[in-house]
Write a protein that binds this ligand. Structure first.
Ligand SMILES: Cc1cc2nc3c(=O)[nH]c(=O)nc-3n(C[C@H](O)[C@H](O)[C@H](O)COP(=O)(O)OP(=O)(O)OC[C@H]3O[C@@H](n4cnc5c(N)ncnc54)[C@H](O)[C@@H]3O)c2cc1C
Length: 657
C-alpha cells in the first residue's frame, strides 16, 4: 500500500518530503484507510513498528499515548515492564508539555532497550520497540517539542491489547490469561475467563479448529501450544469436581423478550450473552435437543452428546428457555412471535441440507446411498440401525467427509474417500485427515463421481471420472479438470455424499423485506449482524456465512448479542472502538510466521493427549481423547509465552481527513 512512512517489521519505507505520485510502495503493510464510516485513520503504532498513512499525525503525541496504553496494559508482575513503561509515559508527557530535553531522549532510548531485554511477557518485550522507532526516525518532531515551538495536534488514539492467538480467535477470548490461570493452579478462574467469551468451552475444547494455535508464537520456537485442549481441561475440571457453575446475577432483570431461532452453537451462544444481560430469551429448536451440528453431526467419539447436553443445560440454568420440536416458519413465525411480545430475533438456523452432487442416480432413493449430514445424524441420534457395509465410499474432502469415513470404519466397513483434488488441497482439518489414515481410511484422489450404479434398487458402484489439476481458482486451489474418456466404476455397496451444506431459510419467505444472497443466506450488516431492512432481525453462524466453524458461530453470536442489546436499549448499533481496533490489528496481522524469537530454549515438547485404548478407538464410538491430567495441563500451560501486544490507531474526526 502507498503510505507516508513505515518501519513495520523492520522494513523502512520513508516517503516524507516526496511528491505523492512518487511514493514507494509498502506491500508488507495492510491497514484500512478509514477507522469507521465517520472517522479517518492516519497512523498506527504497535509491536511491529510505526506506520504513518497520511497527514495529520503527531508522532510524539502518539508515542506518549502508546506508552500510556502499555503502562495500563502491563500486568505489573515484572518490574522492568511495570516501572519502565511508567517512566516512558512520564518522560514522553514531559516532552509533549515542552519541558523535555535532549537527555530525556537518550534516557528514553536506553529505557526502551532495557524494558525490551528484561521483561517477561509481550507487553514489555514487544511494546517499547515502536517507541524506539519514533526516536530513530522522527527526531525533528521531538526536537519541535523540546525547543518549545510545536503544539499538540490533540488527535484521538483508540487502542487494543490483544495477543496473536486472541486476535485470531473470532470470540476474542483472552487466551494468555486463561492459560496463565491454569498454570497457576486455578482452573475455575480459567473457566471464568473462557466463559466471558464463550459458554461452549466444552465443545470448543474438543472440536474447535483452533485458529489460535495456527497463530501461536511458540510455534516460532517449537510446536504451538495446545490452546484448544487446555480449554477442555478447565471445563473437565469443573465437571469432574462437581463444582456448581456460576449463576446469573442478572437473570430476567429486563422485561424484553428475545427469540433465538435455532439451538446450535450460534443460538446457544447468543442466548447465553443475552441472558447475562438480563433478557428473557427463548430458543426455538426444531429438533429434540440443542447443539446443532455438534448434536447431530460431530460424531460421539469426538464430542459425546452427554457432555454437550451439560453445556446447553448450563445456559438453560442462566434463565434461557429451550423450546424443542418447534420449527420456525411452520410452528412459529415472525408474526406469531412478535404477537407474543418478542422484541428481537436472532437467526441461527445453520445449514443442515446436504448439497447435491448433481450426479445421475442421486435422487433415486437407492438403498446404500446417504447424504452425509443425514447419515451422521441417524447414527449419532440412534434414529435407525445402519446395516454393515462391505465397502463404503465417501465423496468429498471436508470435515463432514472425515466424520462419515471415520464413523463407517467404526461400523466395520472398508472405507474409501473419493476426492477430486489431491491430499494437498483437502479442505478438512489436517488432524482429522491424519486420524482417518491412522484408522485405515483409504483415499482415491483426482476422482469425480458421474453416476451411481445400482442393481435391484441397491448401490453396487460409483462411476467416476479421473481429474487433473489445472489453474488455481478463486479459492487459490488448483481447479480439477476432467480427463476425457477416463470414466471407470468403483465397486461399493454404500455411497455418502459430503460435498457441502445448504441453508434451509424457507421461513424468510414470510418477510420479503429481509434480503437473501444467491446462496440463500440472510443479508445482514457485516459489522453488526443486523438486517438493514428489518431492524429487529439479526443473524449469525452458518445460516449467515454458509458452512464454517464452531468458533466462527460463537464469535458472531457474541457480536449479535451485543448488537441486540444496543438495539433494545435504543442505542446506535455499532462496534466499539476496541472492536474496530481488533479488526485493524487482524488486518495488519498480529502474528508473524517468520519472526525469529531469540532467547527461548527449544525442546519443551507439547504435552501429548492421552487417548483411549486403541481397540476401542478402532471399533467403538468411545470418546478418543481423554483430556489432560492437571499435571499435564499445568506443564503445557507453562509453555505459553504471554505474547500480549498493544495496537493503537491515530484517528481524526472526519472520515476523509
Ligand atoms: C459433520 C460436521 C462436522 C463438523 N465438525 C466441526 C469441527 O470439528 N470443528 C468445527 O469448528 N466445526 C465443525 N463443523 C462445523 C460446525 O459444526 C458449524 O459451523 C456450527 O455448528 C455452526 O453453528 P450454527 O449454530 O450456526 O448452526 P448449526 O450447528 O447448524 O445449528 C443450527 C440449528 O438450528 C436448527 N434449525 C434449523 N432450522 C430451523 C428452524 N426453521 N426452526 C427451528 N430450528 C431450526 C437446527 O436444527 C440446528 O439445531 C462441523 C459440521 C458438520 C456438519
Amino acid at each position: 500500500m502507498k503510505l507516508l512512512f513505515s518501519s513495520w517489521l523492520g522494513t523502512t519505507i520513508d516517503n516524507r518530503g516526496k511528491e505523492a505520485d512518487s511514493w514507494e510502495d509498502c506491500p508488507g503493510v495492510k491497514l484500512p484507510e478509514s477507522f469507521d464510516n465517520k472517522r479517518g485513520m492516519t497512523a498506527f503504532i504497535g509491536w511491529g513498528g510505526v506506520v504513518v498513512l497520511k497527514e495529520p499525525y503527531d508522532i510524539v503525541e502518539m508515542a506518549y499515548s502508546y506508552a500510556k496504553a502499555l503502562q495500563a496494559s502491563s500486568c505489573a508482575k515484572c518490574f522492568p515492564c511495570r516501572v519502565g513503561t511508567k517512566v516512558m509515559e512520564d518522560l514522553l508527557l514531559k516532552i509533549l508539555e515542552g519541558k523535555g530535553s535532549a537527555e530525556d531522549l537518550t534516557r528514553l532510548e536506553v529505557l526502551c532497550k532495557t524494558v525490551t531485554d528484561n521483561s517477561k511477557c509481550g507487553i514489555g518485550q514487544l511494546g517499547p520497540g515502536p517507541i524506539a522507532d519514533t526516536l530513530d526516525f522522527f527526531k525533528e518532531d521531538y526536537q519541535g517539542y523540546i525547543s518549545g515551538g510545536k503544539k499538540r495536534a490533540n488527535l484521538h488514539y483508540p487502542y487494543k491489547m490483544t495477543a496473536p492467538c486472541t486476535s485470531a480467535c473470532p470470540t476474542g477470548m483472552d487466551i494468555p490469561l486463561y492459560i496463565e490461570q491454569i498454570k497457576e493452579e486455578d482452573p475455575l478462574g480459567s473457566l471464568k475467563t473462557i466463559r466471558q467469551a464463550s459458554p461452549m468451552a466444552n465443545s470448543l475444547g474438543r472440536a474447535c479448529f483452533h485458529p489460535c494455535e495456527n497463530n501461536c508464537r511458540r510455534a516460532n520456537v517449537e510446536k504451538s501450544l495446545a490452546i484448544c485442549k487446555l480449554k477442555r481441561f478447565a471445563w473437565d475440571w469443573e465437571d469432574q469436581h462437581d463444582v456448581q457453575p456460576p449463576a446469573n446475577p442478572n437473570m430476567h432483570a429486563r422485561q424484553e423478550k428475545v427469540a433465538v431461532i435455532g439451538g446450535g452453537p450460534a443460538g446457544i451462544s447468543c442466548a447465553y450473552y443475552l441472558a447475562l444481560h438480563g433478557y428473557r430469551v427463548t430458543v426455538f429448536e426444531k429438533l429434540k435437543g440443542a447443539g446443532g451440528a455438534v448434536f447431530t453431526g460431530i460424531p460421539q467419539y469426538r464430542v459425546p452428546n452427554e457432555i454437550l447436553e451439560r453445556e446447553w443445560r448450563y445456559v438453560e440454568s442462566l434463565g434461557v428457555e429451550f423450546k424443542f420440536g418447534v420449527q420456525f416458519g411452520k410452528d412459529e413465525t415472525f408474526k406469531s412471535l412478535r404477537g407474543q411480545g418478542y422484541k428481537a430475533f436472532f437467526l441461527g438456523t445453520g445449514g443442515d441440507l446436504s448439497k447435491s452432487m448433481g450426479v445421475e442416480g442421486e435422487d433415486k432413493g437407492y438403498e446404500g446411498f446417504y447424504p452425509g449430514i443425514e447419515i451422521l445424524r441417524k447414527i449419532k441420534l440412534k434414529e435407525e440401525d445402519i446395516p454393515k457395509r462391505k465397502h463404503a465410499l465417501v465423496v468429498g474432502g471436508g470435515n463432514t467427509a472425515m466424520d462419515c469415513a471415520r464413523t463407517f470404519r467404526r461400523l466395520g466397513s472398508k472405507v474409501t474417500v473419493v476426492y477430486r483434488r489431491t491430499a494437498k488441497e483437502l479442505p478438512c482439518d489436517p488432524h482429522e485427515y491424519a486420524e482417518s489414515l491412522d484408522e485405515g481410511v483409504e483415499y482415491m484422489f483426482l476422482e469425480a463421481p458421474t453416476k451411481i450404479i445400482s442393481k435391484d434398487g441397491k448401490v453396487v458402484g460409483l462411476e467416476s471420472r479421473k481429474m487433473e489439476l489445472g489453474e488455481p481458482d478463486a479459492s487459490g486451489r488448483r481447479r480439477p479438470v476432467p480427463v476425457e474418456g477416463s470414466e471407470h466404476v468403483i465397486e461399493c455397496d454404500c455411497i455418502m455424499s459430503a460435498i457441502g451444506q445448504d441453508c434451509d431459510i424457507f421461513y424468510l419467505k414470510e418477510d420479503p423485506n429481509i434480503k437473501i444472497t444467491k446462496w440463500d443466506n440472510p443479508v445482514v450488516d457485516e459489522q453488526t449482524l443486523q438486517s438493514q431492512e428489518v431492524k429487529d432481525v439479526f443473524a449469525g453462524g452458518d445460516c449467515m456465512t454458509g458452512p464454517a466453524t464452531l468458533v466462527d458461530a460463537v464469535g458472531q453470536a457474541r457480536l449479535a448479542a451485543q448488537s441486540i442489546h444496543q438495539f433494545l436499549r435504543g442505542e446506535e448499533v455499532r462496534l466499539s472502538d476496541e472492536q474496530i481496533m481488533e479488526k485493524v490489528i487482524r488486518k495488519i496481522g498480529a502474528y508473524d510466521k517468520k519472526e525469529v524469537i531469540p532467547n527461548y530454549p527449544k525442546g519443551w515438547e507439547r504435552q501429548p493427549m492421552p487417548i483411549c485404548d486403541p481397540d476401542l478407538k478402532q471399533n467403538s464410538f468411545t470418546e478418543v481423547e481423554l483430556g489432560y491430567t492437571q499435571t499435564q495441563a499445568m506443564e503445557e500451560a507453562s509453555r505459553c509465552m504471554r505474547c500480549y501486544i498493544v495496537g493503537m490507531a491515530c484517528v481524526t474526526n472526519g472520515a476523509g481527513s
